[in-house]
Design a protein. Structure first.
Length: 242
């Protein structure tokens, strides 16, 4: 839940009135970060866990309403089984280690994507975290696991057609995984690549895009502040005139 006052937020150089309600992040660069340091890729993924913790805490403290992170895409299933196993183990470790603090801070956890692909231990851990935090009033933390934007749209369309023969935009929107988080205001991608990689294709229709060469393990709250300052300087017209 929001911790800082507007005056404290302004002390970071931010405009309290221009904090995005919904931030989405493509957390990229863990493996390259580790390779550059002569470390195994697993070390990069573990270091990335610390960034997740810091960004969740800071985003919640400044009053962000929803934070959605791309943790594992449908395309990531092509990676070596050993690396997938490491990622699954780290996810379980993170949830078990951080759930009490997240819960105490009022964060509500939601997974998006097809969890059924993962081992039972991952499914049970994630579902337990969702259940424990389901009634929390603070920031919504959405974690994309075995998620693809196109697959989500296919799913939403099927559900919409089950309701009506002529679904409109509202029907599709309410059948998305995180309909109550609304559209994304700011999409951040770390690691240097400049693409959205099949992430929240419907929700980012009018999002502001921010790309940085900083790899995810080095993406600190100070880096998030840079992105938020950039966002605050954008003129958002949504296709209209100022």
């Amino acid at each position: 839940m929001k911790k800082y006052t507007d005056r404290e937020i302004a002390a970071f150089g931010l405009d309290p009135a221009r904090i995005p309600k919904h931030i989405a992040i493509v957390m990229d660069g863990n493996g390259r970060w580790a390779t550059a340091k002569g470390l195994p890729r697993a070390a990069g993924h573990r270091a990335g866990m610390n960034s997740v913790k810091e960004i969740i805490r800071f985003a919640s403290d400044i009053g962000v309403e929803s934070l959605t992170v791309y943790a594992f895409s449908t395309e990531n299933r092509k990676r070596p089984k050993e690396e997938i196993g490491i990622l699954c183990g780290l996810l379980i470790e993170y949830m078990n280690r951080e759930i009490d603090e997240l819960h105490a801070n009022g964060v509500r956890i939601t997974s998006i994507g097809d969890l059924s692909w993962f081992p039972t231990a991952v499914q049970e851990t994630v579902r337990a975290a969702e259940q424990k935090t389901a009634n929390n009033p603070g920031m919504r933390f959405n974690i994309a696991l075995n998620y693809g934007g196109r697959a989500e749209l296919v799913r939403a369309m099927r559900l919409a057609f089950s309701e009506t023969d002529e679904p409109d935009e509202d029907a599709i929107s309410r059948n998305l995984y995180i309909a109550d988080s609304g559209d994304v205001d700011l999409l951040i991608r770390t690691g240097g690549d400049v693409r959205v990689s099949n992430f929240l294709l419907w929700q980012i229709a009018y999002a502001e895009l921010y790309f940085t060469d900083v790899k995810w393990p080095d993406f600190t709250p100070q880096e998030l502040i840079k992105a938020l300052k950039d966002f605050a300087g954008r003129e958002r017209r949504f296709g209209g005139l100022k």
